[in-house]
Write a protein that binds this ligand. Structure first.
Ligand code: FE2
Ligand code: FE2
Length: 191
């Protein structure tokens, strides 16, 4: 696993060499995801790899050739999703990884989805509360992630949807579906 991580770092460093801020973000996400994985006693190496690779394709030109039909359909309406699907594909191809605990969190890191696995939730939340994010209360989200991971997921989804609204962008039905799911989860807990 150590060799695989070294290889991933090399690839990411090279790929994002012109994007210093993004590279910092990627390492911040990986580091945050590793601490949460350790906290929840799940495989931190998997989170390291997913964190390093999640924005691998952020600056690639959109070319949906390698995506599934369903992914192509979504990217047509929401180009932002391309980078997540493409990175998931490329980690499989470049590092011969087939572990869904690594691939699926990368795929759903933008919107989240209903009923996420622990790995999906950790990467999703880490993308918001890594130390280089300056516009959010990162500490509060990170602490919440340790107290109640579902509540942290909901908080990040709320931030994302509000941000879209202030920019006059309508969230996708998939994003709203994920948000509604975690809103429900938080209601069950209260009752
Ligand atoms: Fe991303
Ligand atoms: Fe990111």
């Amino acid at each position: 696993m150590e060799a695989l991580i070294q290889k991933a770092m090399k690839q990411v460093n090279q790929k994002l060499s012109q994007h210093e801020k993004r590279l910092k973000h990627v390492y911040g996400v990986a580091q945050t995801a590793v601490s949460l994985a350790n906290f929840y006693d799940v495989d931190s190496n998997k989170m390291m790899l997913a964190g390093l690779y999640h924005d691998f394709s952020k600056y690639d030109d959109i070319n949906v050739e390698l995506l599934s039909d369903n992914e192509k359909e979504i990217v047509k309406d929401y180009p932002v999703m391309f980078h997540a699907y493409q990175a998931a594909y490329l980690i499989t191809r470049n590092l011969d990884i087939s572990d869904l605990d690594i691939i699926n969190p990368i795929k759903c890191h933008v919107w989240g989805k209903p009923n996420m696995s622990i790995y999906e939730k950790i990467l999703f939340v880490s993308d918001y509360c890594e130390p280089n994010r300056s516009f959010l209360d990162i500490k509060e989200i990170f602490e919440l992630a340790k107290n109640d991971l579902n509540a942290a997921v909901l908080k990040c989804m709320t931030i994302s949807i509000k941000d879209l609204e202030t920019r006059g962008i309508l969230p996708s039905k998939y994003q709203l579906e994920a948000y509604d799911y975690y809103k429900e989860v938080s209601l069950w807990k209260k009752n």
